[in-house]
Write a protein that binds this ligand. Structure first.
Ligand code: BTN
Length: 265
């Protein structure tokens, strides 16, 4: 797998020496964190064919069966303040749409902020984390991505079956996981090159890919649930929501469900 991926990377890809492949690992994000603490350089990539303890947002687990998905984390060390990276998850999501499109011809949509979707099905997710220096600058950030590649419906546990999909279920063809992985790595390299300098262009593309805009949504934060409409993505990647009360809010956190998706009817 490692050599198949390396041989499909573009000639400009600069981080081939910092690529770590594991047939099985607990979590590529956890390994990226361990490597970050050990001083691993910018551009370190950890990729696994199977995770025994994959994490998702909100403390959930991420179903990571062997050889059916791609589980990848990248460690970046941008020289900036954390406030300059508010759009990091959005940038990674756009990069993953680019990668899926390059590898399979299918460009997924993005459900704000971090779900890759097609129709009503989730194809993958993104989990970002950041570590700071004592002076409050960014020491490292970790972008973890899981993409469902070759699952069929019965490969998902019953509780995920209605909402989960894979690239092969949607395109009708089994993608070559090493081709998808190489496209993800190339897209992340390109994302890194423009992350701090082309924020507006990245968010313009994010708005095009984001299926949440214009939809009726439900925002759940703690025990509070509010209904509204998703109006826009602001200049930092936050969701602008108008509630049914008429009040408008810029939403950075919480669980946003789209009416008609993932069991919200
Ligand atoms: C989500 O959908 O809530 C985010 C899922 C992120 C999963 C990826 S798989 C690779 C990396 N390692 C992890 O433990 N999580 C991320």
């Amino acid at each position: 797998m490692k050599h198949q991926i390396l041989s499909q990377l573009s000639p400009e890809y600069p981080w081939k020496e910092q690529f770590h492949y594991f047939p099985t690992i607990d979590s590529t994000n956890d390994e990226a964190k361990r490597l970050a603490i050990a001083g691993a350089p910018h551009g370190t990539v950890i990729l696994a064919s199977h995770q025994t303890n994959g994490h998702g947002r909100m403390g959930r687990s991420f179903h990571s069966p062997s050889r059916q998905g791609i589980y990848l984390s990248i460690l970046l060390r941008p020289n900036c303040a954390p406030a300059e990276l508010m759009h990091l998850t959005c940038a990674a999501a756009v990069a993953m749409c680019d990668a899926c499109e390059a590898a399979t011809g299918l460009r997924p949509g993005i459900k704000w902020t971090n779900d890759l979707v097609h129709g009503k099905k989730k194809l993958g997710g993104i989990l970002t984390a950041m570590g700071l220096t004592a002076a409050g600058r960014v020491d490292h950030c970790i972008i973890g991505i899981g993409i469902n590649c070759n699952q069929s419906a019965q490969d998902f546990p019953p509780e995920l079956r209605d909402m989960a999909g894979s690239l092969s279920m949607i395109t009708g063809k089994e993608p070559d996981p090493s081709r998808v992985a190489a496209a993800m790595m190339d897209a992340l390299h390109q994302m890194d090159a423009r992350l701090l300098t082309e924020k507006e262009a990245i968010l313009t593309q994010y708005r095009r890919d984001c299926i949440t805009l214009g939809k009726e949504i439900r925002l759940v934060r703690g025990t509070e649930a509010r209904l509204g409409t998703a109006l826009d993505i602001d200049a930092e990647g936050a969701l602008v929501v108008r509630y049914t009360s008429g009040e408008t809010e810029i939403v950075n956190s919480g669980e946003v469900s789209i009416r008609g998706m993932y069991g919200y009817l």
